[in-house]
Design a protein around this ligand. Sequence first.
Ligand SMILES: Cc1cc2nc3c(=O)[nH]c(=O)nc-3n(C[C@H](O)[C@H](O)[C@H](O)COP(=O)(O)OP(=O)(O)OC[C@H]3O[C@@H](n4cnc5c(N)ncnc54)[C@H](O)[C@@H]3O)c2cc1C
Length: 378
Amino acid sequence: MKTRVLILGGGAIGSAIAAHLGAEPGFEIFVLERDPSYAQASSALSAASIRQQFSTPLNIALSQYGLQVLRAAGAGLVERGYLYLASPAGAPDLRELHALQTAHGADIALLSPTQLSERWPWLATQDLALGSWGRSGEGWFDGWGLLQALKRQAQALGVQYLKGEALALRRDASGALIGVETDTDQQLHADLYVLACGAWSGALAATAGLAVPVSGKRRSVYAFRTPEPAADCPLVIDPSGLWFRPEGEGQFICGGPPLGEDADGLPLDPEPGLFEERLWPALAARVPGFESLRPQRAWAGYYEMNAFDHNGLVGPLDACPNLLLACGFSGHGLQHAPGVGRGLAEWIAHGEYRSLDLSPLTPNRIAADRPYLELNVI
Ligand SMILES: Cc1cc2nc3c(=O)[nH]c(=O)nc-3n(C[C@H](O)[C@H](O)[C@H](O)COP(=O)(O)OP(=O)(O)OC[C@H]3O[C@@H](n4cnc5c(N)ncnc54)[C@H](O)[C@@H]3O)c2cc1C
C-alpha cells in the first residue's frame, strides 16, 4: 500500500516538495492548487533574487543549495551579487553579519566608500560608511521558469495536480487531520498532509483550530527605464530600505517597505504613493542619473510573513500528528524552494533530514517560544 500524501498549494514550495518526493518509492502524491494560472501566487510575483547575506546559518546553506540548482539549470541566473549599503550607524551590524556569512562559506566582500565609488562610479557614497557585496553566488533568476520546471518535474514523476480550493481542514479527537473540504464539494483524504499555501497558510490552518502565524503582507514592485546605464549594477539594498536591480536592457525594478499601515491581506494593487513619495526620491539620491527615470509597469504580491521570527516553518507540527508545514518564508522562499523541497521529501520518506538539517525551522519552536530569528528581511 502506498502512502497517500496531499500537498495543499502548488506554488514553488509545494511543487518542490512534490518534485523531490515523487522520486521516492511508495508514495501516491497529490497537489491541490486553486489557481493553475498562479495569478496571486507569490512565486509568480516575486523579485526572484537569491542571496547568501542572511543572518541565520541555515538560510545561507539553503541559498547555497538553491544556487547549485539554478546554476545547473541555467534558469536565467544573473550572478551579479547583492550590495548592502550601510550608513555609519549601520556599519557595525554589517560587519558582524559579514563575519557570520563568510564563516559559513559565503563569498562576500566588505567595501569602503572609496572602493564602492571605484567599482560603481554612478553610486552616491557620501553618506555611506560600508558596503557588503556578494562577489559570487548571489543575483537573480527566472522565478516563473523555476516554478514551472518544478511542477513539470513533479508531474513527470507521476504527481497529480488537482484543481480546487481547500476550504477547511478537518481533525478527529486525537488532533490528526482526517480530510480537507474543497470548493468542488469533494472531501480529500490522505495519510499525510503538507500545508504549502504561502500567504494563505495561516487562514487555512485556523479552520482546524491551529495557530500558524503566517499571513499576507503586500509588497509592491515598480519597473522603470532610465538613460543612466548604471553599469554592472548589482541588487542594491539602500539604508533607507529601498532596493533596486536591473531587469533586462535599460530597465530596472525596485521596491521598499510600505508607506502606510502594513495590514494583512491588503488588495494586490501596488501601494499608491509609495513609488512617487518614497522610492523615486531615494533612487535619485543614491543614483543621481535615476532622477530622470521613466516609470513602467508595477505589481504587488504577498510576502508570506511569519510574524513569530520571519523565517520558514518547515516540518511536522506536534499539535497535529499527520500535518507538515512548509510556509512562512517571509519573502525569501523562492530561492529556498529547492532546499526545502529536498529536505521535506527526505523527512517524509526517511523520517530524518539527510542532506541538510532543516530542524532549526521546526514549527514547534513557536510553542517552545524559541525563535530562529532572521534579521535580513528585505
Ligand atoms: C514582491 C515580492 C518579492 C519577492 N522577492 C523574492 C526574492 O527576490 N527571492 C525569494 O527567494 N523570494 C522572494 N519573494 C518571496 C517568494 O515569492 C515566496 O517566498 C515564495 O514564492 C513562496 O512560495 P509558496 O509556494 O510558499 O507560495 P505561493 O507561490 O504563494 O504558492 C502558494 C499556492 O497555494 C495556493 N493556495 C493558497 N490557498 C489555497 C487553498 N486554500 N487551496 C488551494 N490552493 C491554495 C495559491 O494559489 C498558490 O499558488 C518575494 C515575494 C514577493 C511578493
